[in-house]
Design a protein around this ligand. Structure first.
Ligand code: PLP
Length: 398
């Protein structure tokens, strides 16, 4: 019998049940956080890859930091009124996911404190878990982290980094307000804690003004910031970036070398070529129109079909809407026993998104990967089953 390391926990995040229904054509899944296939700029990327393959240098190794010309373009993309970034501050990664792993690898000894939003992104917990941290949960409001709760934690515990998804958070869709961004940076400076800013949804704003990134407001070199092409181009590229001060970037680049030597030269070059010949901002605007319509459809359907005991968030961008049910409901059990078999609808139940409290009465819904009529039908089925479930006393124990 193979003995796994002690840190490897049995995987029971409630998602396995969804996979067992994955091939059922009647299933409507709001579970995955996928971009919409129809919106990938496939022809343009095909041209970019073809063009990359005409030069054999693009099949060669090219260095752990990633292609300079692509890093330069990313630096321009993330530069703003607040701050100009340079290629020297950027490391190209295999998606934002690798940035999560590299940061945890650099900073964490077993037992070290990590603050996370409650709820948070499951994939981040998977990355951090390998380094055996002690998690501290901070509640989330519509305008982001509860900073009073955060301060109490920082006063009483030693914390290595604060993990935050400030823009259109996964799973709640909440966005950290400007005032809270500034206050968070002040707190981090006072308690000398790194902030890990993870913002793959940042450009996917459907309404309102974009807020400055934490990295752009940081004057103390305390922010490591992650971005990604996954949601704005295509996740199959597995290409993202990490922004940090040179003192942090050098050891992170060493760790990247040990992980996978470098990101794919071919893919980095193809994305660079895409950016040379196409307007990424125009592509993002097109996506935002399509996603905004899907979110509006989902919100209208939720308003219409959900029982009043269930509340939901109404984000101004991103991929997700979060539902909160009465505290007695376990949405994992509800999914497995009632919603999947009877309504053939899938969602992400919340328990595994809270690493300490395992609060089980939340549901994450994705709206980007289905057409409007399927969104409406899925929400109708979900709303009807929740209405029945919540009015029958024995379901409340689920
Ligand atoms: C908050 C957050 N961070 C990181 C990732 C990983 O993205 P990538 O495909 O860039 O690795 C995701 C993917 O869903 C995410 O939601």
């Amino acid at each position: 019998m193979v003995k796994f390391a002690n840190r490897i926990q049995p995987c029971d995040n409630g998602l396995n049940d969804i996979f067992s229904y994955a091939n059922d054509p009647a299933l409507i899944s709001f579970a995955a956080g996928y971009p919409n296939n129809q919106l990938f700029p496939q022809t343009e990327l095909q041209g970019a890859f073809n063009s990359s393959l005409t030069d054999n240098i693009n099949l060669q190794y090219s260095g752990a930091a990633g292609l300079l010309s692509l890093r330069t373009k990313i630096a321009q993309h993330i530069s703003s009124q607040q701050r100009t970034f340079t290629a020297a501050e950027i490391l190209l990664t295999q998606g934002a996911q690798q940035g999560l792993d590299l940061t945890a690898k650099l900073l964490l000894n077993p037992g070290d404190g990590v603050v996370v939003e409650a709820p948070t992104y499951l994939g981040a917990l998977s990355a951090f878990d390998a380094y055996e941290p002690t998690y501290y949960e901070v509640p989330l409001h519509d305008d982001g982290l509860d900073l009073n709760a955060l301060q109490k934690i920082l006063l009483t515990h030693s914390v290595k980094f604060i993990y935050t998804i400030p823009d259109f958070q996964n799973p709640t869709g909440s966005t950290l307000s400007l005032a809270k961004r500034q206050a968070l940076l002040r707190l981090a400076a006072r308690y000398d804690v790194i902030i890990l800013e993870d913002s793959p949804y940042r450009d996917l704003r459907f309404s309102g003004q974009s807020l400055p990134s934490l990295a752009s407001l940081d004057t103390q070199n305390l922010v490591i910031s992650l971005g990604s092409f996954s949601k704005i181009l295509a996740p199959g590229l597995r290409l993202g970036w990490l922004v940090a001060t040179p003192q942090l970037l050098a050891p992170l680049t060493e760790l990247k070398l040990g992980n996978d030597v470098q990101s794919s030269t071919l893919i980095m070059n193809a994305v660079d070529q895409y950016l040379d010949h196409h307007d990424l901002s125009a592509h993002i605007t097109k996506m935002n129109h399509a996603y905004a319509a899907k979110m509006t459809t989902m919100c209208a359907a939720l308003k219409h079909y959900l029982p009043t005991a269930v509340t939901f968030t109404q984000p101004s961008g991103g991929f997700f809407i979060y539902l909160t049910l009465p505290a007695s409901v376990d949405t994992g059990q509800l999914l497995k026993r009632v919603v999947l078999p009877q309504a053939k609808v899938a969602y992400v139940p919340s328990a595994s998104l809270f690493p300490v409290s395992h609060q089980a009465n939340g549901i994450r819904l994705n709206f980007t990967n289905l057409d409007n009529s399927t969104i409406e039908l899925g929400v109708k089925r979900l709303g009807e089953i929740l209405t029945r479930a919540l009015t029958q006393p024995h379901y409340a124990k689920l």
